[in-house]
Design a protein around this ligand. Structure first.
Ligand code: ATP
Ligand code: MG
Length: 423
């Protein structure tokens, strides 16, 4: 192990109080414990980690015994959430890869080789092998200030290289989401992909279709809500994964070139908002990314004689249903997407009688922003956005006020408990 130890020394202030406390407590109970993964990678890059994960040789039950505020979660990977003040530290037990398992242990694979369960415990070295990327397989002992790097992760951080651990094809078959993680880190850190890590993606992209839509939606949020959505989308597109993740509809359009400019503008605006620490909602970005498909489908319906508002409504329904085959988009977002689309033909009408109602609509601002994107990228005349900009100036108090009204409405209290029948 000695050759894997590095001299890098981080200060205690580089770690959150919760992470230090969790490592210390586990060690005090006689266990090995390290801060692991993204946090160490980020510290090596001089960035502030967004959260801290801890790896230990203690089993989930043993971890639970060390803390008052600990909860075992997950089935596929059992992890323990330890609450330390306001922080939640994710603590995982060292695991080993499933190929190395003696028969009868708890790792299970599907026919395509995908891991369904992965709760076979191992040593630190085995744990490093089953992680996704070399740059994520770094362990730091905050008591002794030793950094443990069995797989050349430090060299890859220095070379700015994303390298999957082990045989890329096997690792993608075990868990196809790793392909998304490779591209996410490539885009976010602006690292190059090692050639074999990149090459195997083209052949295995289709395996993402085996992943449950709920997990894909979680990954979608990590890919697109983290401030690097534009480069991430481009990379996913380049590797052919965007349609595996979001369906064919995400590239469908009346005018491919213009649709692509609209999408890139929506993505870069979202990234700018994240950089400015302004709120972002998945509903707006999803509405913008699927807009070209919705517009195309609405056009087809109106060519068949349907009027614009019901045509948009049916198209919205159809595209959301298609998108949900891939991503389990929660109802609150899919309803918002459809509202944003439904508002497009209604904004275009610029009817004075409807101004106040539309301004007050909960999704008016998002719909107006989509209209701006459309004007900017589709050479639409800007009479409509001028009209609605003036209306907002005239009635600033109304904009989105339907939401205020709903949020201010008194909450329904807990239901009265039914009296037991024999009381
Ligand atoms: P972030 O900064 O986005 O949190 P992270 O590297 O900490 O980055 P997490 O998703 O928090 O990423 O995962 C924690 C660690 O768990 C990773 O660093 C990696 O070692 C391991 N890991 C996560 N997902 C996988 C996976 N699908 N396959 C193998 N290892 C994984
Ligand atoms: Mg993390």
């Amino acid at each position: 192990m000695t050759e894997a130890l590095q001299k890098t020394r981080f200060a205690s202030e580089d770690f959150s109080p919760g992470a230090l406390q969790v490592v210390e407590r586990l060690q005090a109970h006689g266990h090995e414990a390290y801060v692991v993964g993204g946090a160490i990678r980020d510290l090596l890059l001089g960035n502030r980690p967004k959260d801290f994960d801890v790896a230990t040789d203690a089993t989930p039950e043993q971890i639970k015994q060390c803390f008052r505020n600990a909860r075992i979660i997950g089935k596929r990977f059992q992890i323990v959430h330890v609450r330390a003040g306001r922080e939640i530290i994710e603590v995982t037990t060292f695991r080993r890869g499933h190929e190395a398992n003696p028969a009868g242990q708890a790792a299970q694979a599907s026919q395509s080789g995908r891991l369904l369960r992965d709760n076979v415990y191992g040593t630190l070295k085995e744990d490093a092998q089953r992680r996704d990327l070399t740059i994520n397989a770094l362990y730091y002992d905050t008591s002794t200030h030793q950094l443990i790097d069995h797989l050349g992760g430090c060299a890859d951080v220095a070379d700015r290289s994303i390298r999957i651990i082990g045989d890329p094809a096997d690792r993608y078959r075990e868990d196809p989401v790793r392909m998304l993680r490779v591209l996410r880190f490539g885009a976010r850190l602006q690292f190059e992909l090692a050639s074999d890590t990149a090459a195997a993606i083209a052949e295995h992209g289709h395996l993402l279709r085996d992943i449950p839509p709920a997990r894909l939606f979680d990954e979608w949020l990590k890919l697109f809500m983290n401030g690097c959505s534009a480069p991430t989308f481009s990379l996913l597109h380049q590797f052919g994964l965007i349609t595996q993740l979001m369906g064919e509809e995400v590239t469908d359009a009346l005018d491919i070139q213009r649709a692509s400019s609209l999408r890139m503008l929506a993505l870069s605006n979202t990234d700018q908002r994240v950089a400015d620490e302004r709120p972002v909602t998945p509903a707006f970005l999803l509405a913008a990314l699927y807009w070209p498909a919705t517009e195309r489908s609405a056009r087809q319906l109106s060519d068949r004689g349907e009027s614009p508002i019901p045509a948009m409504h049916s198209a919205g329904q159809q595209i959301v249903a298609a998108a949900c085959q891939y991503l389990a988009i929660p109802k609150r977002f899919s309803l918002a997407m459809r509202d944003i689309w439904d508002l497009q033909p209604r904004l275009e009408r610029m009817q004075p009688k409807k101004v106040k109602d539309l301004l007050a609509h909960r999704w008016f601002r998002a719909a107006f922003d989509l209209r701006l994107l459309r004007e900017e990228t589709h050479d639409l005349d800007n009479q409509c956005s001028h009209f609605w900009a003036a209306a907002q100036k005239q009635h600033p108090e109304l904009v989105g006020s339907a939401r205020q009204r709903r949020d201010d409405a008194p909450r329904r209290g807990p239901r009265p408990r039914r009296r037991p029948r024999n009381a």
